[in-house]
Design a protein around this ligand. Sequence first.
Ligand code: NDP
Ligand code: HSE
Length: 428
Amino acid sequence: MNKAPLKIAVAGLGTVGGGTVQLLHDQADLLAARAGRPLAVVGAAALVRPPELPLDGVPFFEDARVMARECDYDVLVELIGGADGIALDVVRMALGRGRSVVTANKAMIAHHGIELARLAESTGANIGFEASVGGGIPIIKSLREGLAGNRVTKVMGILNGTCNYILSTMRDSGRDFADVLAEAQALGYAEADPSFDIDGIDTAHKLAILVSLAFATPIDLDRVACEGIRHVSALDIRYADELGYRIKLLGVAGLTESGIEARVYPAMVPLSFPLAHVNGPFNAIVTEGDFVGRTVLEGRGAGARPTASAVAADLMDLARGRTMPAFGVPVERLASLPTAAAGAHRSAYYIRLMVRDEPGVFADIAAALRDEKVSMEQIIQRGRAPSETVPVVMTVHETGEAAMLKAIGRIRALASVADLQVIRIENL
Ligand code: NDP
Ligand code: HSE
């Protein structure tokens, strides 16, 4: 093997950066055999040098900008994080020098991916972001290459390991939200600011990237409606069980006649659908293409080793000289597509009310649903507690979102209703 090594500079040595350095060390022979050349780390940057990483003899930079500007590398691996700031600076510097970039930074790609892809095209560099969506699942390659012969009409899935870990652990153990979130953080799954996970923003970043790849359109984060899991309670998780569902935070995008619909929301998923059984930090992504039909990919969506595996996939493509436009086609070939009208979405719903247990309550609720032509499927109320509120759970048949919002507004305004939670039911 006489070929020159692929020279790699790693910016960020935390969960993913550390995992990547470890993988490049542990799998060095395997990677070199498969790429036909060694992959060599020639620079590493972080605020503090982590002593446990196998970086003997590798120049260390406390300032990643200095490394990006001055180090002699073929590819800069950006694993610092954040949509802007230092991460964006070092990526722009590398691409500006005609050096390729590999990143796991979905926030940066969701906000600046098109600009960066254009910059890469202009300087003859490449930018890979396999690790930005689905952790170790090769979904970017799948959409860009494996499904290239299809018109993809739908892409949806569980895209955030932290939320999936929280929801499934709460269900399995009965532990509370804050406790399980702290555990997900300690395991290295969560973002530096975990509200990005639990408020659905991280899923929205990932969905925006998938929409661009699936429908060959520029990334448009503003079109992704976003709702997180803060309001999902242990009570809702128990009722979901009883009704034959699991609650999952989903990112769902479809190409409809009126344009692209892209949303992030917690949903009740029927036990008959594979996504219901994806637990812990695992992610799963469902795609529908006109020739292939439905495909489902599942795997670990967060953590050092799975994410390093995805970073390595991009590095191997660069080492082998197998490159292609970041979004499958050159940026100027991406087509602007309209966003589907809000309110047109149809869904079944779960509604949990906390109501005062007194005569006429059900009649008022039923009247609000009847007036908006929302059809009730089932209703559960147990126990009597005349002096306090009791939970009442209903499911309603598929209905238009606009009608549902009106009915909910009327129910919420009833004096006997103390609290109301609504969760979509995803009938797949
Ligand atoms: P960490 O917080 O664990 O690591 C961040 C690293 O960046 C640390 O080494 C930190 O240095 C370094 N850093 C921070 N600021 C600077 C700076 N100014 N100059 C140089 N280095 C700096 O984050 P993760 O590894 O979890 O995430 C990295 C990226 O990967 C993010 O974009 C994230 O969204 C993405 N990602 C994360 C996944 C996960 O499971 N964690 C999965 C998929 C993607 P120091 O340690 O010295 O402070
Ligand atoms: N915080 C992210 C998650 C990391 O939990 O899915 C992987 O992108």
